[in-house]
Design a protein around this ligand. Structure first.
Ligand code: NAG
Ligand code: NAG
Ligand code: NAG
Ligand code: NAG
Length: 879
C-alpha cells in the first residue's frame, strides 16, 4: 500500500514538474503576447491554493490585466457554492465575507475563516463586452493548536485522585506530553498521561508545583506549551466544638468552632430551629476566620441546637452542638394560704429557670429546708416537686396533713439551680376554734372593800373570737347590772365588777366563739382577807445585840401572796406594846432584829401582810440577849476554789497584791474598833502547812471592810487570818488560804524597762546626796556644825529618840505609830497557830493611814434589809 502511495506521489511530482514547464512556456508565450494585449485576471497572492488557519482573516485581490482597464466590466467574486459575493453593505455589521473595490481590482475580504469556507473561489469579469475572463483560487483551512480545557490554575484535593486537565484541539491531531518543573513525566504508579489530562494518584501536598502540558502537530510543525500551576487543597475539618455549651441568661457568651483546611475555611453558625445563619441576628457576631461566636447578652430563646459549618473550595463540613442557657431561677407564684387546724393545707410555689430549678421550702427564720417526700422528723409534712425541663418550669408543693396551730407562720420558698437561688416568703394561716388553755392556771381575781375588779378574758383563735359573758346561767348584756360593765367583745373582753354585795363574789363564764367553734372559761371573783396568824417564828441565832428568826408564814391563797412580815419588840419589863419598836422584812430575807441591848429580856410578836393589809399580831416570844462579848467572826467575801481533799484556796488575780474584803460581823454589844489582818507565806509539805514565820505581816485596820495586801510574791500561798476586835476582845479568826498568780517575771521586766531610764537620774541624785553626806560628816567631826551635828546634840537629850532617829538614818521606811494610850491586850493565839506578830504589842491601835472604804458591801448593815439576795448594801454601822 505505502509503496503504491509513494509511486503515486512520484508520478504527481513528475506531472507537476511537467505542468510547471508547460505553464512556464505558456507564460513566456503570454508575456510575449501581452504586448499583443491578451486580457486576463490575476489573483494575489498568486498561490493557487491558500492554506490558512481557522479563525484568521484573509484578503484575496483579483486584478484584471488588460490593455484598457476601462473596458472591464462585471468584475466579481464567487464563493465556493458559486454565489456572487456582495460588497459590504453600508452601516451594517460586517458579514463574514464581502468584496471591496480597490482602484482597478476587487478584493475578497474574509473576516474570520471557518472550515465551511473551504473550496474554490472564482473571480470573473468581461472585457469589451465580448470576452469573458475568469480565474480561481482554492482556499484550504486547518485548525491550530487551541487549549479547550486546560486551566492555568488547578486545585486537586489532598488524598484523592485528580486529573490535571489539558484538553487540546488541533487539526491535524496533536501529540501531547507532560513536564513537571522542566522534567518529562512518564506514566507510572504516580502519574498516568491520559488523553485529556494527567492523572495524579493519591494527591499529596508535595504534588504542588508547575506542570507543563505540551502539544505538537507534526504536519504543521506547530508546538505549543501550557504551564499549569497545581496547588493541593485540603478539605475542611472541624477540630474543636464542644458537644454542649452553657450560657447564662443576661450575660455575654462566646464559643469557638475551629476548623482547619486549605484554603482557610470560612465558618458560619446556623441555629437549627430557625434554619437561620446567626450572623444575621442582632445580638450575635461570628468571626468567619476564627469561628468565634459571641452573644452580647444571652436570652432564654438562644437555647437550642446549633450547627457550625466550615467551608472552603475543597469542601464543606458541619458539626452540631447544643447551647444550654442557664436561666436564673425566678419565683413567679407563691400565694399565702389559709387552712383550718387538723385539716390538710398545701402551699404551692412556682418558679422558672434553666435548668428547671429545684423548689423547696423552709420555715422563716430557720436554716433547715424540707427534703423531697415525707419529712423524717414530721411525717405530717411532705414536699412534692415537679419539673418541666423542656419549658424550664418547676413547682414545689408543701403539704401538711392534720395541721396544728404551730404550723401557722411565714414560710420561705427557695428555687435553686446552677445559676442562682431565689427566695420568696409567704404565709400559712392556720385557723382554729377559740382556745382558753393559756388561761387555765391563772389565779382567781381578788377584791375587797368594794374595790372594782377586772376580769379580763382573752381567747386565742383565728379568726378572732367574739366573747360573751354569763353569770348564774344568764347572759350578761351591757346595762344588765350597773355593777357589771363589759369592755370589749373579743378577742379580749374585760368584765369590770363592782362587788357592792356578797353575790358579786361569784363565778363568771366567758364564752368565745368563731366560725370554727366555741370555748368557755370560768373566771372567779373572790373576796380577799388579810393573812392569818404567822405560823411560827423561831430564834435561830443569838448575839448580844441581834436575834435572827426563822419565820414560817400562814397558809396563803393562789393569787394572794404574803408581801411582808413585821415584828414588834419591846423590853419585857415594859408592858406597853404601843411604845414597842418594829421592823418589817420582805419575805425570804434574813429576818434579823438588831440594835438590841445585851443581857436584856425582850418580847417579840409577829404579823404577816398581803395586798389587803396587815394580819393579826401573834406568836408572842420572850427572849433574853446574852451578855456583851467579843465580836462575832468576820466573814471574808471570797469564793475559794475547792480542790479535792485540800484546803479551799482563794486565787488572787494578781501576782503581787490581793484585796481582802469581808462583811461586818455582829459586834456583840460593843462597837468594833478595828480588824486585825495577819498573813504569812507558807508551803505545804507532806500535807502539813509550814509558815515562813519571819515573813509574816500583821496589820490593823479601822473603819473599813477591805484591806490591800501588797508586795506579795508571785505563785505563793499565803495564809490569812482576820479578826474583829472590840473593847471586850478579838473575835475568833476567820482563816483563808490565798495563792498569788505566776506572772511576776512579766511584771519585773516591765518594771525594769520603766526603771532603766529613771536609774540614771537616780544614780546621779544618789551621788550628790552621798557627797553632801560626806561633807556634813566632816563638818560634824571637825567644826561640829551641819545637820548631823544638830542631830548629835538632840540625841544627847533622849536616848529613845536616838534609837528612832538611827532607824530613820539607816533608811528604814516603816513609820512608827504614836504610842497607844490604851492598855495592851494580851497576845492572842490565832487559829491554833503558835505565831504572834511582833508588831502586835506595839500596835494595838492604828491611826488611819490608807484610804478608808466606807459604804462597802456587807452582809447586813444593822439597820434595814433591802434585798432578798442576801447581800445588802448599807451604811457600816459597826465601826
Ligand atoms: C402574705 O402574708 C404576709 C404576712 O402575713 C403579708 O405580709 C403579705 O402581704 C401576704 N401576701 C399576699 C400576697 O397576700
Ligand atoms: C383589765 O386587765 C387587762 C389585762 O391585765 C388590762 O389590759 C386592761 O387594761 C384592764 N382593764 C381595765 C379597765 O382596767
Ligand atoms: C384580732 O385581734 C387582734 C388583737 O386584738 C387585733 O390586733 C387584730 O387586728 C384582730 N384581727 C382582725 C382580723 O380583726
Ligand atoms: C413602827 O414604828 C413606827 C415608829 O417607830 C410607827 O410609826 C409605825 O406605825 C410602826 N409600825 C407598826 C406596824 O407598828
Amino acid at each position: 500500500m505505502g509503496q503504491h502511495k509513494q509511486q503515486q506521489q512520484q508520478r504527481w511530482r513528475v506531472s507537476g514538474l511537467h505542468a510547471f514547464a508547460v505553464l512556464y512556456l505558456c507564460c513566456a508565450i503570454i508575456d510575449l503576447t501581452l504586448a499583443e494585449i491578451e486580457p486576463k485576471l490575476e489573483i494575489f497572492p498568486m498561490q493557487g491554493v491558500q492554506r490558512k488557519p481557522v479563525g484568521k482573516s484573509l484578503i484575496l485581490t483579483c486584478k484584471p490585466i488588460v490593455p484598457d482597464p476601462n473596458l472591464v466590466s462585471d468584475l466579481q467574486w464567487k464563493d465556493n457554492l458559486n454565489n456572487t459575493i456582495l460588497p459590504k453593505p453600508t452601516g451594517r455589521n460586517q458579514p463574514p465575507m464581502y468584496t471591496e473595490t480597490l482602484s482597478e481590482s476587487l478584493a475578497l475580504m474574509i473576516t474570520s475563516l471557518s472550515v465551511e469556507m473551504e473550496g474554490k473561489y472564482y473571480c470573473t469579469a468581461s472585457y469589451a463586452n465580448t470576452e469573458l475572463m475568469n480565474t480561481s483560487v482554492i482556499i484550504k483551512t486547518y485548525v491550530a493548536i487551541t487549549w479547550t480545557n486546560a486551566p492555568e490554575n488547578q486545585y486537586p484535593i489532598l488524598g484523592e485522585d485528580y486529573t490535571v486537565k489539558c484538553e487540546v484541539k488541533a487539526d491535524p491531531n496533536p501529540t501531547i506530553d507532560w513536564l513537571r518543573n522542566g522534567d518529562p513525566i512518564r506514566t507510572g504508579d504516580k502519574y498516568v498521561v491520559e488523553a485529556h489530562g494527567l492523572l495524579i494518584r493519591n494527591v499529596q501536598e508535595s504534588d504542588d508545583g508547575i506542570y507543563t502540558c505540551r502539544a505538537a502537530v507534526i504536519e504543521t510543525g506547530e508546538l505549543l506549551e501550557r504551564t499549569i500551576r497545581v496547588e493541593v487543597y485540603i478539605r475542611p475539618v472541624i477540630t474543636h466544638l464542644p458537644t454542649t455549651l452553657e450560657a447564662v441568661e443576661g450575660k455575654p457568651f462566646a464559643a469557638n468552632c475551629t476548623a482547619t483546611g486549605k484554603p482557610v475555611p470560612e465558618i458560619s453558625w446556623i441555629k437549627d430551629a430557625a434554619q437561620q445563619n446567626v450572623a444575621t441576628a442582632d445580638r450575635f457576631q461570628v468571626n468567619p476566620q476564627t469561628g468565634l461566636l459571641t452573644i452580647n447578652s444571652v436570652s432564654q430563646d438562644d437555647y437550642g441546637t446549633y450547627t457550625c459549618i466550615a467551608k472552603n473550595d475543597a469542601g464543606v463540613v458541619d458539626k452540631k452542638t447544643k447551647l444550654n442557657v442557664l436561666v436564673r431561677p425566678q419565683i413567679y407564684e407563691f400565694y399565702n394560704v389559709t387552712g383550718v387546724s387538723k385539716k390538710e393545707i398545701a402551699i404551692t410555689c412556682r418558679a422558672k429557670g434553666r435548668p428547671a430549678p429545684a423548689v423547696t421550702f423552709r420555715r422563716w427564720g430557720t436554716e433547715e429546708e424540707y427534703a423531697p417526700g415525707l419529712q423524717a422528723d414530721d411525717e405530717r409534712i411532705s414536699l412534692e416537686q415537679h419539673f418541666d425541663e423542656e419549658r424550664g418550669e418547676s413547682t414545689g408543693t408543701l403539704r401538711i396533713t392534720s395541721t396544728t396551730r404551730n404550723d401557722d407562720g411565714l414560710y420561705q420558698c427557695i428555687a435553686r439551680n446552677k445559676g442562682d437561688t431565689a427566695y420568696k416568703t409567704g404565709h400559712i394561716t392556720v385557723e382554729f376554734a377559740p382556745d382558753f388553755s393559756h388561761m387555765k392556771d391563772l389565779p382567781p381575781v381578788f377584791s375587797w372593800e368594794e374595790r372594782k375588779a377586772n376580769l379580763s378574758c382573752l381567747a386565742q383563735g383565728i379568726p378572732n373570737a367574739t366573747i360573751e359573758w354569763r353569770w348564774n346561767g344568764r347572759p350578761l348584756k351591757d346595762a344588765y347590772d350597773k355593777n357589771l360593765v363589759i369592755i370589749g367583745t373579743g378577742p379580749r373582753s374585760d368584765l369590770i365588777v363592782h362587788p357592792v354585795a356578797r353575790q358579786y363574789y361569784s363565778v363568771y363564764k366567758c364564752i368565745a366563739t368563731n366560725v370554727h367553734g366555741s370555748a368557755e372559761h370560768d373566771m372567779q371573783l373572790k373576796e380577799a382577807r388579810v393573812p392569818d396568824l404567822v405560823a411560827a417564828a423561831i430564834p435561830r441565832q443569838l448575839t448580844a445585840t441581834t436575834i435572827t428568826f426563822d419565820i414560817r408564814g400562814p397558809p396563803t391563797e393562789l393569787g394572794l401572796p404574803i408581801t411582808a412580815y413585821s415584828v414588834q419588840y419591846k423590853e419585857a419589863i415594859n408592858p406597853d406594846w404601843s411604845t414597842a419598836l418594829n421592823r418589817t422584812w420582805s419575805p425570804d430575807s434574813p429576818y434579823i432584829v438588831e440594835g438590841l441591848k445585851p443581857q436584856t429580856a425582850y418580847q417579840f410578836r409577829f404579823a404577816a401582810r398581803n395586798q389587803v393589809g396587815l394580819g393579826m399580831w401573834g406568836v408572842n416570844q420572850q427572849q433574853s440577849t446574852p451578855r456583851r462579848s467579843a465580836p462575832e467572826e468576820p466573814k471574808p467575801l471570797h469564793s475559794p476554789v475547792q480542790n479535792d481533799k485540800e484546803e479551799p484556796v482563794v486565787v488572787s488575780p494578781y501576782s503581787d497584791h490581793f484585796e481582802l474584803r469581808w462583811s461586818v460581823p455582829a459586834d456583840n454589844g460593843e462597837p468594833i474598833d478595828f480588824y486585825q489582818i495577819k498573813y504569812c507565806p507558807g508551803v505545804k509539805m507532806a500535807g502539813t502547812w509550814h509558815e515562813l514565820e519571819n515573813q509574816c505581816v500583821s496589820q490593823d485596820v479601822v473603819e473599813t471592810t477591805s484591806y490591800e495586801m501588797s508586795r506579795l510574791s508571785g505563785n505563793t500561798y499565803y495564809r490569812i487570818e482576820l479578826r474583829a476586835h472590840n473593847v471586850i476582845g478579838f473575835s475568833s479568826p476567820a482563816s483563808i488560804v490565798m495563792k498569788t498568780t505566776r506572772g511576776i517575771d512579766v511584771i519585773q521586766i516591765a518594771e525594769r524597762q520603766v526603771l532603766s531610764s529613771a536609774t540614771i537620774v537616780g544614780i546621779a541624785v544618789g551621788g550628790v546626796l552621798l557627797l553632801l553626806f560626806i561633807i556634813d560628816l566632816l563638818c560634824c567631826v571637825t567644826v561640829r556644825m551641819g545637820v548631823m551635828a544638830t542631830m548629835c546634840r538632840r540625841a544627847k537629850r533622849s536616848p529613845s529618840d536616838i534609837d528612832d532617829e538611827t532607824k530613820l538614818g539607816s533608811g528604814q521606811l516603816v513609820k512608827e505609830p504614836p504610842p497607844s494610850p490604851l492598855p495592851l491586850p494580851p497576845p492572842v493565839k490565832l487559829g491554833g497557830s503558835p505565831m504572834t506578830s511582833p508588831l502586835d504589842e506595839k500596835q494595838p491601835l492604828q491611826t488611819p493611814t490608807g484610804s478608808m472604804k466606807q459604804n462597802s458591801t456587807v452582809e447586813f448593815d444593822g439597820q434595814f434589809v433591802h434585798s432578798r439576795s442576801g447581800e445588802i448594801l448599807g451604811k457600816n454601822s459597826a465601826v
